[in-house]
Design a protein. Structure first.
Length: 435
């Protein structure tokens, strides 16, 4: 007998409107694979219940009868059901303290947890993610913050017309709005005091790809990181363009030991042997967008001390940091908290060493929303569902009562099993130290 699949109502944020499976894919799974799919009602899900019912799913307030439960973000500890198999982004693999009670609850309830973040191929490449959509949404919010900051300084600018991402009806409307802004920049130019407008982007993966997909709707010219300083000093730039710099690891760090050359794989294996040189670029940027992976083994790219020094004299060029990665007090140390889409920014006040609401203050505006893909819920859900649906037949057929060694799952899914039958699996036993 096949497992019954349930889709849970998202409870982490009122702004979370994404769904792991969209109605069109539910209809395909039911018709082609005869999978029983139940939908928990939700007042905020981007697709209405009637679309799921038309696809052949069933409405279910109580998901106790389901075997495998699909969500997007973490399920609250008190909402977890005993003995169930869960799939969602658990945000536990770094030992995040705020999610250890949830992880412990999964263990106590004899549950199984498959984390989307760990579904990867044999080379470790992630197969299911919202990274591109995070970048798309993140650059919209970052440029909006920049426009508001300029306006508070009495500088009229085309970016002040930008709305919050979730106020647009999807990515195409975002691009249409940006095309209009780009037209104004080409025709009228940017304010003289902001020229040249330089946007730095750390990273070149999927998040960065999403950032650049939207940014490049505007009149953008790329310049190399090692040419940034000379480009500014030479003065050969235009008010009718935006300049972007995409930073790679070799641009951002250097070996601690003099005479050693940067080697990417060595940096990945031994990040403790490198130091950040990224703050040397900050005086030449108006906006910095962080779109790169970071964990505590790696050097920070932006520090509070560095920002305090930057803002200690004449107001610097840098006005906004869009931290799409959003590791609190992580690679960007001034990311003091994860913001909600309805209130996406704060100023890191370098004098008070604290967050100040709004866009005014002595320090950069910080955009630190950690659920950015939720601001493009339809686009995000459709992409995510198109990948996740390929794993549904296996999830419906798997006997999750088997011991982990005998659990017959596709290798991509089995590598992502963090908890099975209330125990940490071998690859994740290290998490015990955080519980």
């Amino acid at each position: 007998m096949k497992n019954i699949i349930g889709i849970v109502h998202e409870t982490k944020s009122d702004f979370e409107r994404r769904t792991p499976l969209v109605p069109a894919d539910v209809a395909e799974l039911i018709k082609t694979h005869r999978i029983d799919i139940r939908i928990q009602p939700s007042p905020q899900r981007i697709f209405p219940m009637k679309d799921y019912l038309a696809a052949g799913a069933k409405e279910e307030n109580d998901l106790h009868n389901c075997d495998v439960l699909l969500g997007i973000k973490e399920v609250k500890p008190n909402d977890l059901l005993a003995g169930k198999t869960y799939l969602y982004f658990s945000h536990t693999i770094k030992g995040q303290d705020y999610n250890m009670p949830m992880l412990q609850r999964l263990l106590d309830l004899n549950c199984t947890l498959i984390d989307y973040e760990r579904i990867a191929d044999e080379d470790g490449r992630r197969l299911i993610f919202f990274s591109v959509q995070a970048g798309q949404s993140g650059i919209v919010e970052t440029l909006r913050a920049y426009g508001l900051r300029l306006r508070t300084e009495g500088i009229g600018n085309p970016f002040q017309e930008i709305k919050m991402t979730f106020e647009y009806d999807g990515l195409e409307e975002v691009k249409t709005a940006f095309a209009e802004i780009g037209k104004k920049i080409k025709e009228k130019g940017l304010p003289e005091v902001t020229t040249p407008l330089v946007i730095g982007i750390a990273g070149y993966g999927n998040v960065s790809r999403g950032v650049q997909e939207v940014l490049d709707v505007l009149p953008v010219e790329a310049i190399a990181a090692d040419n940034l300083k000379s480009f500014i000093e030479k003065g050969d730039y235009s008010r009718h363009k935006i300049y972007k710099v995409v930073f790679k690891e070799k641009d951002m760090v250097e070996p601690l030991e003099a005479g050693h050359k940067f080697e990417l794989q060595d940096y990945y294996r031994h990040p403790e042997n490198y130091r950040s040189i990224f703050e040397s670029y900050l005086p030449y940027m108006d906006i910095f967008v962080n779109a790169t992976f970071w964990d505590s083994r790696y050097p920070r790219f932006v520090t509070r001390a560095g920002l305090k020094k930057l803002y200690s004299g004449t107001p610097p060029k840098l006005r906004v940091i869009g931290d799409i990665t959003c590791d609190v007090e992580g690679g960007i140390e001034s990311t003091l908290y994860a913001a909600e889409p309805g209130d996406p920014v704060f100023v890191y006040d370098v004098d008070k060493d604290e967050a100040v609401r709004g866009v005014e203050g002595n320090g950069p505006v910080m955009m630190t929303v950690d659920i950015l893909p939720s601001e493009l819920p339809k686009n995000s859900s459709e992409y995510f569902s198109s990948v996740l649906k390929t794993f549904l037949p296996a999830l419906a057929e798997t006997d999750f009562s088997a011991d982990f060694d005998r659990l017959h799952l596709p290798a991509e899914l089995k590598r992502a099993v963090i908890v099975h039958h209330g125990e940490l699996t071998p690859a994740y036993e290290y998490l015990q130290q955080y519980l």
